[in-house]
Design a protein around this ligand. Structure first.
Ligand code: ADP
Ligand code: MG
Length: 264
């Protein structure tokens, strides 16, 4: 059974892309077959997986979605790149922005990505989708095909307002487009253990959402190593395998896999 997980927060710079790449590679290290999809026109996930010029790639997510809209045939391997740490990636680039605009006149425009994901799903245990920092039609497409959502939240901000809008949007998607979508949890990222601020935010999140939404026990610490790894196109497991960020993503992976066993 394959599982589709969206990494979503309409706020930028909260660790979505870093989480998508590292969680994906961590799941691969646990023997899972993983596809990463870059659904951000900025292509940051694609860059962090070692393709520094996503806009130069011939085939990307936009190409595939364009073909689906045109009812053209798709080869299941089309556009898929292979990363040395054993994950597949369907890259994203600026062409997604153009595609987004053209979706306005497309029938069932919220379900284009779902058509693709349904086609490739059986070949993978996990499909992780990295979202752009907005609740755009492309992001709604991601939510429409996701079984679960992980919401990274940077521990340095009071995130309440944006989170409420996001949770509302996920609720709407659940009612209208995708009844099976569930929020897997909120993930605290870039936690600076030297300050009390993170503790305040965690307490606030627990009070506001803890009864309804899981807050992952694992929290990702702030470390320049996380950034360094992605500029080198490798995961934190390759770059700094003994460091605290690697440890944290490993623990998150454990939590993700355990909840899988419990809830299916
Ligand atoms: P998003 O995808 O939500 O915009 P990113 O994953 O790109 O966020 O992270 C934003 C920036 O913060 C990037 O430069 C990234 O390398 C850096 N970053 C991510 N996680 C960490 C971390 N745990 N510690 C320090 N820097 C991080
Ligand atoms: Mg990103």
């Amino acid at each position: 059974m394959s599982k589709v997980t969206a990494i979503v927060n309409q706020k930028g710079g909260v660790g979505k892309t870093t989480t998508c790449g590292n969680l994906g590679i961590s799941l691969a290290r646990e023997g899972k077959k993983v596809l990463l999809i870059d659904a951000d026109p900025q292509g940051s996930l694609t860059v962090s997986m070692g393709y520094p010029q996503p806009d130069q790639l011939e085939t990307s997510l936009a190409t595939i979605l364009g073909k689906i809209i045109q009812d053209e045939e798709i080869d299941l391997q089309e556009g898929i790149l292979h990363h040395g740490e054993d994950v597949d990636i369907l890259p994203g680039n600026i062409e997604l922005s153009g595609l987004e605009i053209s979706l306005v006149n497309v029938m069932s425009r919220e379900r284009i990505l779902k058509q693709y994901v349904d086609m490739v799903k059986d070949a993978y245990d996990y499909i992780l989708i990295d979202c752009m920092p907005s609740l755009s039609t492309i992001t709604i497409n991601v939510l429409s095909c996701a079984d679960s959502v992980i919401i990274p939240v940077q521990a340095a901000y009071l995130p309440v307002k944006g989170l409420e809008q996001l949770i509302k949007t996920i609720g709407k998607v659940k009612r209208h487009l995708n009844t099976k979508i569930e929020i897997a949890g909120i993930l605290l990222t870039m936690v600076d253990q030297r300050t009390n601020y993170a503790k305040d935010i965690i307490a606030m999140l627990k009070e506001a959402y803890g009864r309804k939404i899981r807050i992952f026990e694992s929290m990702i610490p702030m470390s320049v190593r996380a950034q360094e790894a992605s500029t080198r196109g490798v995961s934190i497991f390759c770059y700094d395998s003994k460091g605290k960020v690697a440890k944290a993503y490993q623990m998150l992976t454990k939590e993700v896999l355990e909840s899988e066993e419990r809830f299916g």
